[in-house]
Ligand binder design. Structure first.
Ligand SMILES: [Zn+2]
Length: 411
């Protein structure tokens, strides 16, 4: 029995790919050593990965006499991913390689309240047109990641009771995409995918970070121990509806009064500016005004920053992150918003919690969502188990043709 257990625990082709990705470039000898596989077992697994185009030969190692050993590397262009970030008033979509690098991108002013039956076909059409620009087809898509501006039941892949998302409640978004594209899809709330995108692209060396989405609404994505923390039901990080002290009690779109979002959300800034006779209709309009140094818009954003800072001060005390990243549409007015946030956080948080705390603007900007959505699905489809499934399915399809013994692909 111990013998068979050892056999079952030998790294699969999927696990071998993960080892190769860690190594970046490796020879057969290095891979065999790292994976603790016999030459035969290694060659079998490598042949599967080479057949699937997931691994390709890299540059030759300098020869020390004799034939130089072949070096292998992961090929992120073996397949393509779709990353979509459906905001309240802007929809963004990207085609990426298998590790989430953007190859094609499009955005359009669209309202989420148009509902899934209008919005999802738009995403599909955009994806197809971006793919054809890259000379690729739907068959080349391995996964779809989608972010939405509301609470998501992650396992079920659907939105639950999101304000401003009428028509989306319990709509099976994940199934819709899986059906349309014939590949795995993942759905998450937008602040989560943005947090993941920022963490994987720029802050991987830190295990605990917060991503604050200051957009039309206010949300927060939590990276704990290096991974997304969604909580028991998927609502972790929902700081927008924490009761904010003072400043009167404006009515929130969630039906309660005095929420952070009802003061600091983009929609609240629109409301406040309009009350002063300034013609704005979206968070983007407010940021545009601020960019043109409009005094009222700048003051409103700074005040929003202070209100956000008050809540974040408590969150920072509780969670003790290394980095707080501020993004989203209002986050684009980073000077004013960050000034307000920093002012309050450093003043109110405990010394130990702020000792090495960084409060920084988003590095990915408004593309954080599409990059993070692609990252999310990338991690799912490149997981060793998922790779093994894909290889098994490919093998099943080409069973009749496989008359060449596996071992012959070796050396
Ligand atoms: Zn609220």
């Amino acid at each position: 029995v111990p013998h068979s257990t050892a056999l079952n625990n030998a790294p699969t082709a999927g696990a071998l790919l993960a080892i190769l990705r860690d190594e970046r470039i490796a020879t057969r000898a290095t891979l065999g050593e790292k994976a603790e596989l016999s030459r035969l077992a290694l060659n079998q697994r490598l042949a599967l990965l080479l057949d699937a185009d997931l691994v390709c030969a890299a540059g030759q190692e300098p020869s020390t006499g004799g034939r130089p050993p072949i070096q292998f590397q992961f090929n992120p262009l073996a397949g393509f991913l779709i990353g979509a970030d459906l905001g309240i008033s802007v929809a963004r979509i990207a085609i990426t390689d298998l590790v989430g690098r953007v190859l094609a991108y499009a955005e359009e002013r669209r309202l989420i309240e148009d509902g899934p039956e209008v919005t999802l076909p738009w995403v599909a059409r955009q994806a197809e047109s971006l793919l054809s620009g890259l000379d690729k087809k739907l068959d080349n898509v391995w996964g779809v990641g989608v972010g939405v501006p509301g609470p998501v039941e992650f396992e079920a892949g659907r939105v639950v009771s999101a304000p401003f998302m009428s028509g989306w409640d319990h709509y099976p978004i994940r199934l819709w995409f899986e059906d349309r594209f014939g590949c795995p899809a993942v759905i998450d709330k937008d602040a989560n995918i943005m947090a993941l995108g920022e963490h994987r692209s720029h802050w991987r060396r830190f295990d605990h970070i917060l991503y604050v989405k200051a957009g039309t609404g206010v949300g927060c994505g939590v990276i704990a121990m290096g991974d997304l923390h969604r909580g028991a039901n998927g609502s972790a990080g929902d700081i927008g509806h924490i009761q904010h002290r003072g400043d009167g009690e404006p009515l929130c779109r969630c039906g309660k009064t005095g929420c952070v979002e009802a003061v600091a959300g983009g929609w609240a800034l629109v409301r406040d500016l309009r009350a002063q006779g300034i013609q704005v209709s979206t968070a983007e309009d407010v940021v545009r005004l601020a960019g043109g140094h409009d005094r009222v818009a700048l003051q409103a954003i700074r005040r929003a920053g202070r209100v956000l800072g008050e809540v974040l001060a408590d969150v920072v005390n509780f969670f003790n992150p290394s980095v707080v990243i501020v993004g989203g549409t209002i986050g684009q007015a980073e000077g004013e918003l960050l000034a307000g946030i920093r002012e309050t956080v450093y003043q109110r948080s405990l010394t130990l919690a702020t000792k090495n705390l960084l409060v920084v603007p988003s590095a990915l900007g408004l593309r954080a969502g599409v990059i993070g959505a692609a990252q999310l699905v990338s991690e799912a489809i490149l997981a060793p188990g998922a790779i093994d499934q894909r290889l098994a399915a490919m093998q099943g399809r080409s069973l009749q043709e496989s008359t060449i013994p596996m071992a012959s692909a070796g050396s």
